[in-house]
Design a protein around this ligand. Structure first.
Ligand code: SAM
Length: 272
């Protein structure tokens, strides 16, 4: 695995991202539905009655699969990741042949999947070139791409992973915060041109949290950094692209009962 992706091969990654595995369905649902990208995905899936094939890129230990199978059982799901320990845990919990695929960073191992929808949360900003990665996902999806990325409204993208990164499990991973207008312009230039782009920003100061080493501007509220949900509807290149950009603060509190249940269900506490 390349130096940029080394962190994800660590066994701690599987443990860290499996925190929701013991919680009951109602808590899992509440936990995911706080996030704008999950709400965007649900607005689309709620209107589809025909079979839909969804590929999750960067599925980690498979908890989003559990959420999706409870909320949208009609969706046919395939998850992929580069992290062997995370996938081993996903298969241990939810094994069906071909459901969780180990891929290379270039996603060659899932090119055959031909998904209607790609869902990809918190993966692009950990790539050395997030815009190239988003373009690749756009090429791979048949109709829709839903993601969570990191954006800044002021100042240029600092694209050098040595200057914008995060220390995960003892290894530095890129943490690239893309200028929001550059992001929208780049996506509008994709071929075929998208029919619709929706960017929903949960503003927060990204600097100074979770062992991040970010450019100094990312520590100031006026830079307008955000965890941003992104929906891209693929077009046929014939109609103009509609761009919707908005702010929607997420309420990240789980509520007392859900928090108490999650605490009780933490791995190791109840032998889970
Ligand atoms: C920050 S975690 C997010 C996990 C999950 N999507 C979530 O939101 O909880 C990033 C995940 O993406 C995976 N990943 C990183 N680069 C990848 C790539 N190029 N292709 C597929 N998976 C990748 C990592 O192994 C890791 O499991």
């Amino acid at each position: 695995m390349s130096e940029s992706h080394q962190a994800w091969g660590q066994p701690q990654h599987a443990m860290h991202f499996d925190a929701l595995s013991g919680v009951p369905g109602f808590v899992l649902r509440r936990a995911y539905e706080r996030f704008n990208e999950v709400r965007l995905l649900n607005t689309v899936l709620d209107t589809r009655s025909n079979p839909v094939r969804l590929l999750e890129v960067g599925c980690a230990t498979g908890e989003f699969y559990r959420y999706l199978s409870l909320r949208h059982p009609q969706v046919s799901y395939v998850g992929c990741d580069i992290s062997r320990p995370a996938l081993e845990r996903a298969r241990q919990k939810y094994h069906v042949e071909g459901r969780f695929i180990e891929t290379d960073t270039d996603l060659k191992a899932v090119r055959h999947v031909s998904p209607d929808i790609i869902f990809c949360r918190d993966v692009a900003h950990h790539q050395p070139d997030p815009l190239a990665f988003i373009r690749k996902l756009y090429e791979m999806t048949k109709s829709l791409l839903v993601m969570r990325v990191r954006t800044r409204d002021a100042g240029a993208t600092v694209g050098d992973p040595a200057l914008s990164c995060q220390l995960n499990y003892g290894a530095w991973a890129p943490y690239i915060v893309v200028n929001s207008q550059e992001l929208l312009r780049t996506i509008q230039g994709f071929s075929p041109q998208p029919r619709r782009i929706q960017l929903v920003k949960h503003y927060m100061v990204l600097g100074g949290q979770h062992a991040r080493f970010l450019p100094k501007e990312c520590y100031y509220p006026e830079t307008g950094t955000a965890e941003a949900a992104l929906l891209i509807e693929k077009g046929e290149g014939t109609a103009a692209c509609v761009v919707q950009e908005e702010a929607a603060q997420e309420n990240l509190q789980l509520g007392f009962i859900a928090r108490a249940v999650s605490w009780l269900a933490r791995p190791g506490r109840l032998g889970g």
